[in-house]
Design a protein around this ligand. Structure first.
Ligand code: CP
Length: 319
């Protein structure tokens, strides 16, 4: 039987940027995710149709949102390569597509290559008095964000380390193009006592806007190129892939793609209770032998995506 819950303040709201969450809202989402029975279905989204509009490839985000809609008893319209399989191929603008598609469903989950796509989608709907929430499922690169990934990342940290404050986190790899890194940095900035070491080749270093935000929020930030210098002191190593698809210069990608590789010998220098995370997909920045270490949390992290996305959809659309 469906548990009776009062409508949440997220009801009908779009999810565009991580910095829009506050600590109370994060707690509500995590509590809800904890309470949702794993592997059990309910009918929270009965009579609701969710549209998944993906202009970029995805495995985890798309399948976990699809599974979440199914588990909550909703229906869905789904396009996994909207740039080719929708009328964008004929030259239709994102704004026109969104206005039309919104009339077919109750929420739009959008992945797109442009940083501001989700915001533009929300804004075109609201300016036409169409109150269909838009969920950013990963938009853009250099200035982009992936707020639902950051929710499952922080939820994973809470489950694995038992806290979200007083953490020391090393974020490693392609931080320039890393929308998951940007979104998680915004969330870490909301809790006291957190420290972030950004470890990247200088050409792929985190943007100044994130550093400025973190400093405003009293997060201790260091920038460097050597994971070995901090690996023994951290609670979390958050590895990321060098994102080939974001490079305009193939030679630059070839030069930078092998910048980091987390080996077993490096990972074994981490404290036993520390954890290795990765938003996935991973390519060769983590030695597959690391997967067997107890510190490797990235597959549990991906698994947490379903619970978080179910909680989010229930709070936004649930009856
Ligand atoms: N982490 C993540 O966004 O993975 P997908 O690209 O497979 O959705």
């Amino acid at each position: 039987m469906l548990e009776k819950v009062a409508p949440h303040r997220l009801r009908g709201q779009s999810i565009i940027w991580s910095q829009d969450f506050d600590c109370g809202l994060l707690k509500d989402i995590f509590d809800r995710a904890d309470k949702l029975p794993r592997g059990r279905r309910n009918s929270a989204l009965r009579n609701k149709r969710v549209i998944l509009l993906f202009y970029e490839v995805s495995t985890r985000t798309r399948f976990s949102f699809e599974a979440a809609v199914d588990d909550l008893g909703g229906t869905r319209l789904d396009t996994e390569n909207a740039s080719i399989l929708s009328s964008v191929a004929k030259g239709e603008t994102l704004e026109d597509s969104i206005r039309v598609i919104a009339s077919y469903g109750d929420a739009i989950i959008l992945r797109h290559q442009e940083d501001t796509a989700a915001m533009r989608a929300r804004d075109i709907l609201q300016s036409n008095n169409i109150w269909v929430p838009v969920i950013n499922a990963g938009c853009g690169g250099v200035g982009g964000q992936h707020p639902t990934q950051s929710l499952l990342d922080l939820y994973t940290i809470k489950k694995e380390i038992s806290r979200t404050e007083g953490l020391t986190v090393a974020m490693v790899g392609d931080l320039k193009h890393g929308r998951t890194v940007r979104s998680l940095a915004y969330l870490l900035g909301k809790f006291p006592g957190n420290q972030i070491h950004f470890i990247a080749p200088w050409e792929l270093m985190i943007g100044n806007d994130i550093i400025a935000y973190l400093k405003r929020h009293k997060v201790d930030v260091t920038l460097g190129t050597d994971l070995g210098k901090v690996v023994e002191s951290v609670d979390i190593v958050y590895m990321t892939r060098v994102q080939k698809e974001r490079f305009s210069d193939p030679a630059a990608y070839e030069r930078l793609k092998g910048s980091y590789r987390l080996t077993v010998s490096l990972a074994e220098r981490m404290r036993p209770e520390a954890r290795i995370m990765h938003p996935l997909p991973k390519v060769d920045e983590i030695d597959p032998a690391v997967d067997l270490l107890p510190q490797a949390a990235y597959f549990r992290q991906a698994d947490n995506g379903l619970q978080i996305r179910k909680a989010l959809l229930e709070m936004i659309l649930g009856e």
